[in-house]
Design a protein around this ligand. Sequence first.
Ligand SMILES: Cc1cc2nc3c(=O)[nH]c(=O)nc-3n(C[C@H](O)[C@H](O)[C@H](O)COP(=O)(O)OP(=O)(O)OC[C@H]3O[C@@H](n4cnc5c(N)ncnc54)[C@H](O)[C@@H]3O)c2cc1C
Ligand code: FES
Length: 528
Amino acid sequence: MNQLANDQISSGRHLSYWLYSEMMLLEFESLNADIETDVVIVGAGIAGLSVAYQLVQSGKKVVVVEDGFVGSGETGRTTAHLTNALDDRYYRLNKVFGEEKAKLIAKSHTDAIDFIEHVVQKENIKCDFTRLNGYLFLHPSDKTESINKEFEAAKNAGIDVEKLQNVPGILNEKGECVEFKNQAQFHPLKYLNGLCKAILDKGGKIYTQTHAKDINGDGIKTGDGFTIKAGYIVVATNAPVNSKYILPMKQFAYRTYVIGAKIKKDSIPMALWWDTGDHNANASIPPYHYVRIQPMNDEFDLLICGGEDHATGLADAEKIAEEQRYKLLENWARERFPMEEVIYHWSGQVMEPIDCMAYIGKNPMDKDNIFIVTGDSGNGMTHGSLAGMLISDLINGKENIYENIYDPSRMKLRGIGVFFKEFVGGLFSYLQNKSSDTIKDISELSKDEGKIFEWQGKKCGIYRDKDDYLHIVDAECTHLKCIIKWNNDEKSWDCPCHGSRFTPDGKVINGPANVDLPHHVEKLDNGF
Ligand SMILES: Cc1cc2nc3c(=O)[nH]c(=O)nc-3n(C[C@H](O)[C@H](O)[C@H](O)COP(=O)(O)OP(=O)(O)OC[C@H]3O[C@@H](n4cnc5c(N)ncnc54)[C@H](O)[C@@H]3O)c2cc1C
Ligand code: FES
């Protein structure tokens, strides 16, 4: 890995196994001139690069800009299950969208897995792509009939499922499960690497460390003041940096945690596993466990287990701090898998749309040539790949059967209930937690910690580094001015309102904010 600090490489202090195992950053030159193109794409995660890949195949001139490196965002922090077993459950999708549309949704995710497989074969990408089965089993807080309901709904939606009387590969997990056949997994950064090569081979351009500061119908202006004039603009930044009000109000940001533990090679079958989620913690968006195995070396594989989600900035509402969640994951996994020591841990962010499906298409209330991909949910690998097919069809004027389902302007009445529960619950927790993070005197601040402090009549976020420098940022989020909250695990300032995140020095790392927090550094003994 190069000399950069971890929070410059990725969106937090902990790096994922994917970033360590690639041992190189996918870095290109940054933009240093004004240019013109057919399509400019903002964001080099799976969504932006899938759109770029499809568009260069269709003959369009494409430029991708990325303000970090390729895979700096959530694609570098994922667990990369490629699945049509959607985490919002088909029996819920039937209620929100109706059975016919649920069939189309199922098909769209099946198509997305096939798309990835096709690209892997066509471009000869060595990314450990593997077909395998997935198993959905009951969380103790969920009703026993959920497994049956999901089996019937998934079968009805056209998915190849079977009901089993126990869960293959898991110790101590008795009871029925739904087997989802022919799912897949891969190494996400190796896949992105392959996409980049294919895009460049077809004449596409990728610029990293190039921040899209202004995005409008003419193109973009970068943080360094260069312009890219374009006929079409696609914003694939995960959180919607070009939608201040509409899309941030239709989704909620959650943090999710991952551990990677050594497991003796071939000690359990290769598969994907998910439980149905903790309905006591959150009945509308139940946090669930997700597990897979990644081949590592001749002796060991890596068991990758995720879960313990909470609304961004609101970990304290459950009285479990961010950094304590890895231990919970480890305890859960140890009871079920013969794993050895934990050698990786990291966290990431997902955007949960109120009606479960991603927003892919024309950006609402904006110019007709501006497109967006957001609302990835826990299925962003397939949603991002689907964006590749759907947005390239929309730009090329081709019909696409999934256009209406993923239309970012849609408003589902069924989703409104979830919106109010999450919004009111979130607001309540936010107000309750506002003061727990505040200090009256700098002496209350430990090294390597951040807190809110009132200085000269203004709320500031102060991070005290290991050398006693105080990194002071304005505590009002640059999106809609909520007060930020310190995340002591990833060493970032997280906004509880819509999930924007900033480094200790105020640099924006997750939207919808697209502007840094004003920042100032002082030595601790200089008048503090
Ligand atoms: C821990 C975890 C586990 C997950 N597991 C799964 C799973 O098993 N299966 C699954 O399907 N999904 C999973 N997901 C979801 C999935 O990883 C994401 O949905 C997906 O990676 C998002 O891809 P993306 O391209 O939309 O966003 P990103 O990968 O975040 O890419 C967006 C890029 O835009 C850049 N950017 C932002 N703003 C700007 C700007 N103004 N200018 C220039 N560049 C900018 C960012 O630096 C970033 O690189 C998981 C997510 C997490 C966090
Ligand atoms: S993310 Fe909206 S106010 Fe901070």
